[in-house]
Design a protein around this ligand. Structure first.
Ligand code: ME8
Length: 510
């Protein structure tokens, strides 16, 4: 089975910050999760390189738009490499393959009579790359997101007959039994979209006369394709549209993004696809927007956290974990350095790190780093597996990443509590056989935890796997495990295997 997941393609006028990495790490975790479940995964990300905003940013820097795009897309790629993002492809909208696919889509809409020319006067926000009407703006006439006044523009553009698609779209969004049902999540955001759809849709401009930095319209080369239409089509280009092969992965299983661009993904994009006679994506999921210490992150406020800042403090895998679990996945939330460090200390240093280091220390001290001979037992591993079997999987499938992480933490706590109860430090003096039995059981439980941790913390999970003396490649074992939930009778870490020393995985912060 296939699984096609996408992130937004990010504008290259900004350096990659924690907002971009939030979506991309989440998508990576889901992609890895599906791979572990034996899906043929296509994971697409990339950069959005056309339009007024990019042309303006290049001008301000005194460089060509091409140079800006090259520099910035390289920066995004470097950050995704740092964060161990396992994308299948990275698309840039300035690539020739993308021109071909955008031309195909707009030409198809034109041939079907869904595009017409009209004189238009409107308020354009370059930050959002969209027209607004007065009621969308604040009391000062400013865009709600950028707090700047949109510019009045007068153009004769080509328009897409969006208004024709409102009723059909409403059906497909609200009727879960519809053959081409499009699921919008979370529920509250879906309801907002439904509310707006019920007010009726207006046709939208899909070309610009004044913006040269874009893809020329195939049927009127004096205009360029509106950057949002250009950008959305990347989801087809990335999987080889217009070649028929794109159907191997289309329809997308999840388009992931934040709420700022949900309208484009849940209304404009499906309407364009319906117009072009292409199936709709199955799910559009919009997570929340986070603020930093109560403020919107912005370059001008100087309060941007970069993924590199996080990695240099917490390391790669802890950054991945913290980024997606600090606030519930879905609603808006606020983050702070204090909150990040607290979560790091609680979940990673004190819970997971402590479990591993105390278990390994006991084995080192009492059994010379060798898994002791004992009656193989899986009672603790089975308890951990049971806790995770339903809840973790349910939450991963429902993109409730913070809850899946919470399930993992509960499983880790359970093992730590069992250790407290067994008091192995006392057993070391009075009952070495019982101690061997206990340590064996902790190691088996830790292996099950590592298997579940793999999509969140791929490197750390590997290290844990090797340190418990588990044999085989953790990814292969995890794939097998998620197929039948079978744990071999002797567990994954067997008698007499040598334990490894992973070093301090999570140094505690003061
Ligand atoms: O909108 N909180 O690109 P963009 C959470 N090019 N997520 C955040 C965030 C924050 N504070 N800041 C950014 C565009 N994001 C278009 C997309 S897609 C066909 C075209 C994430 O660079 C989040 O995913 O402005 C949001 O939707 C996206 O970055 C916006 O990225």
């Amino acid at each position: 089975m296939k699984f096609y997941i996408t992130t937004p393609i990010y504008y290259v006028n900004d350096i990659p910050h924690i907002g971009h990495s939030y979506t991309t790490i989440a998508a990576d975790i889901l992609a890895r999760w599906k791979r572990l479940n034996n899906y043929d995964v296509f994971f697409l990300t990339g950069t959005d390189e056309h339009g007024a905003k990019i042309a303006q940013a290049a001008k301000e820097k005194g460089i060509s738009p091409e140079d800006l795009c090259n520099q910035m897309s390289a920066k995004f790629k470097a950050v995704w490499q740092l964060l161990n993002i396992s994308y299948t492809d990275f698309i840039r909208t300035t690539e020739s393959r993308h021109f071909e696919s955008v031309e195909k889509i707009v030409q198809t809409l034109f041939d079907k009579g869904l595009i017409f020319k009209k004189k238009y006067e409107g308020l354009y926000c370059v930050g959002c790359e969209r027209f607004y009407v007065l009621k969308d703006l604040d009391e000062n006439g400013c865009c709600l997101l950028h707090k700047t006044k949109p510019v009045l523009q007068f153009e004769e553009n080509y328009f897409f007959k969006l208004s024709q698609f409102g009723d059909e779209l409403l059906k497909r969004i609200t009727d879960a039994t519809h053959q081409e049902h499009i699921q919008i999540q979370p529920e509250e955001r879906k309801n907002e979209i439904i509310g707006k759809l019920k007010l009726g849709l207006e046709d939208v401009s899909i070309s610009r006369t004044t913006i040269e930095w874009g893809i020329p319209l195939p049927f009127d080369k004096s205009q360029t394709v509106y950057v949002w239409i250009d950008a959305l089509v990347n989801y087809l280009t990335g999987i080889d549209f217009p070649k028929e092969e794109f159907k191997k992965y289309w329809p997308a299983d999840v388009h992931l993004m934040a709420k700022d661009i949900l309208w484009f993904h849940s209304v404009i994009w499906p309407a364009v696809l319906m117009g072009a006679g292409i199936e709709l994506p199955k799910k559009v999921y919009s997570h929340g927007f986070f603020t930093l210490n109560g403020n919107k992150m912005s370059k001008s406020l100087g309060n941007v956290i970069s993924p590199e800042d996080l990695v240099s403090k917490y390391g790669v895998d802890s950054t991945r974990y913290l980024t997606v679990t600090l606030i519930p996945f879905g609603p808006d939330g606020d983050i702070s350095w204090e909150g990040l460090t607290l979560k790091y200390n609680t979940d990673l240093a004190n819970n997971l790190g402590n479990l591993l280091s105390r278990t390994l220390k006991m084995a080192e001290k009492n059994f010379n780093n060798i898994i002791p001979q004992t009656k193989p037992n899986l009672y603790l591993a089975n308890q951990v597996a049971d806790i995770l079997k339903d809840s973790f999987i349910y939450n991963m499938e429902n993109i409730a990443l913070h809850k899946a992480a919470e399930n993992l933490q509960n499983a880790i706590t359970l093992v730590n509590q069992q250790i407290e109860q067994d008091a192995p430090w006392k057993l070391a003096k009075i009952d070495k056989d019982k101690l061997a039995y206990c340590i064996y059981s902790y190691l088996q439980a830790i292996d099950i935890i590592a298997i579940h941790l793999l999509c969140f913390m791929p490197e750390i999970a590997q290290k844990i796997w090797h340190s418990t003396g588990a044999t085989g490649n953790i990814e292969d074992i995890a794939k097998k495990y998620f197929a039948d939930f079978n744990i071999p009778d002797e567990g994954f870490s067997v008698e007499n295997a040598k334990l490894g020393n992973p070093g301090i995985l999570f140094p505690r912060f003061p």
